[in-house]
Design a protein around this ligand. Structure first.
Ligand SMILES: [Zn+2]
Length: 127
């Protein structure tokens, strides 16, 4: 089973190595090269509306799964305790449904934040 290594960094490196999960608490985000080996950079920002990361001192779990439907490979997998667990590829209609839900979640989340006057800096960063 494929596993990933962890690197905790303040700055995001320019070039990512395959099989490494780059975790930046500074930016509140996790980056890695797509686990299929296609070389696409995957950015999973940590926030209540997107991903949450569990770190037990040795391994990391990212929740929810990572769906790279914007890349040609369209790979879909979980990272659980540093292990890459492959999921079935999504059909275009499944992707569309998920995207819609995700966009709604984001909208709700960030409009609530705005109201409180706390616009997340990671959101600025990922854009
Ligand atoms: Zn890929």
């Amino acid at each position: 089973m494929k596993t990933v290594r962890l690197k905790f960094l303040e700055q995001i490196p320019e070039k990512l190595e395959d099989g490494v999960l780059y975790i930046s608490m500074e930016y509140g985000t996790v980056l890695h090269n797509c686990c299929c080996g296609c070389g696409s950079e995957v950015n999973t920002p940590l926030s209540p509306a997107s991903w949450k990361m569990e770190y037990n001192g040795e391994t990391v779990t990212l929740d929810p799964s990572i769906g790279n439907w914007s890349f040609p490979c369209k790979s879909h997998y979980w990272i659980k305790n540093n292990k890459v667990i492959w999921c079935k590829k999504w059909s275009q209609s499944e992707v569309n449904i998920h995207r819609k839900e995700e966009a709604q979640d984001m909208q709700i989340h960030y409009s609530e934040k705005k109201k409180k006057g706390m616009f997340a800096r990671l959101w600025n960063w990922v854009r």
